[in-house]
Design a protein around this ligand. Structure first.
Ligand code: GLV
Ligand code: MG
Length: 350
């Protein structure tokens, strides 16, 4: 569709808003999922809004088939009735091959299209899926006089999607980010697991036996099932100017393992993760905000390195242009978060 780079940023329908050249950099530490078919949510939501960076009305998996329309209507009601201030409003619609996709898009854009920041599209297999939604959104934005283009976020949760991740990331100027969907991806890859994300004690490496004592116990180290996919996703997003996210962690009671999974994603370059239970909001906030001591160390590097050239020793560690750049990433992330989080701003001494 967009084979000519000169036309990449042209609107796809007459009257549609101009596509964004840059995806807004704002804190997105947690994408908090709620079920808009749950009537109690309608009252609860206004208290949740100020506690999260992103609020997402989920219409896809976890919403029963006979509740799909109720969920869609619930989201329209909630979006119309609330002021979201600087909390982003996203939705996860049903997949392209479902009977709900078309009406999800048409009814949401024609009613709350000016409030929706991002549409998350599940089970994305390749660039064609994104471009189909891109074209449809342009039509609907033009028809409904929407001034701000709605962005698209893809879930990476099929084997073919992983094979195409770079071309998905660059498929449209609407692309805002990608989330790893470990549950669907496990099924699509025919992995022999029954979990939603996280590690597995069976996926490990083991030391050789001690020849002088073959019966002695051998040390094992659990490996990370998601390392390869997160790494590919992070690179695909960074070459495309969009944002990578870890998705759901299903064992709600295991807050420590959730924190580990989130932190691995943070260290590898993800900007946030999904919270599928209120207890995970706090975990994501803690993990995806740079640690204050790292921010203070990063500031020290920047202060000592001047223009970034040359070499310096700080606290016994070698610094050069590359660590200067890492420090800039840390400081920029902290600055974004400090604007939203006054307590952290103090700790960061920004
Ligand atoms: C999320 O949608 C997943 O399948 O993990
Ligand atoms: Mg899924």
């Amino acid at each position: 569709m967009h084979s000519n780079p000169k036309t990449f940023y042209e609107p796809l329908a007459i009257g549609a808003p101009l596509p964004l050249k840059e995806i807004p950099a704002v804190p997105m530490r947690m994408i908090h999922f709620f079920d808009p078919s749950n009537a109690r949510m309608i009252d609860k939501i206004k208290d949740i809004i100020p506690t999260v960076d992103v609020l997402l009305g989920n219409l896809e998996d976890a919403v029963a088939s006979n509740n799909k329309i109720i969920a869609r209507e619930g989201l329209i009601k909630i979006a119309s009735a609330n002021d979201f201030q600087d909390t982003m409003l996203w939705t996860r619609i049903n997949s392209l091959d479902s009977p709900w996709f078309l009406d999800d898009v048409i009814s949401l854009v024609s009613t709350i299209g000016d409030k929706l920041d991002v549409i998350m599209l599940p089970k994305v297999n390749g660039p064609r899926d994104i471009q189909f939604l891109d074209q449809l959104l342009a039509q609907l934005e033009a028809k409904n006089n929407i001034k701000k283009p709605i962005m698209i976020h893809a879930i990476l949760e099929t084997a073919i999607g992983v094979a195409n991740v770079e071309s998905i990331a660059t498929s449209s100027p609407r692309m805002q980010g990608i989330s790893l969907g470990p549950a669907d991806l496990a099924a699509s890859r025919r992995m022999k697991t029954t979990r939603v994300g996280g590690g597995h004690p069976g996926y490990l490496v083991r030391n050789d036996p001690d020849k002088s004592n073959p019966e002695s116990s051998r040390q094992i180290a659990q490996q990370d099932l998601w390392h390869y996919t997160i790494a590919r996703m992070v690179d695909a997003c960074n070459i495309s100017g969009i944002y990578p996210f870890y998705g759901p962690f299903g064992d709600i009671g295991d807050q420590l393992a959730c924190e580990d999974q989130f932190r691995n994603a943070f260290l590898m370059g993800c900007v946030g993760a999904w919270s599928i239970h209120p207890s995970q909001i706090t975990i994501a906030k803690r993990v995806f905000s740079p640690p204050p001591e790292e921010v203070i160390f990063a500031k020290k590097i920047i202060n000592e390195m001047g223009d970034g050239s040359g070499v310096a020793m700080i606290d016994g560690k070698m610094q050069d242009d590359a660590t200067f750049k890492q420090a800039q990433v840390m400081i920029r992330t902290a600055e974004l978060i400090a604007k939203r989080d006054k307590d952290l701003a103090k700790l960061y001494k920004l």
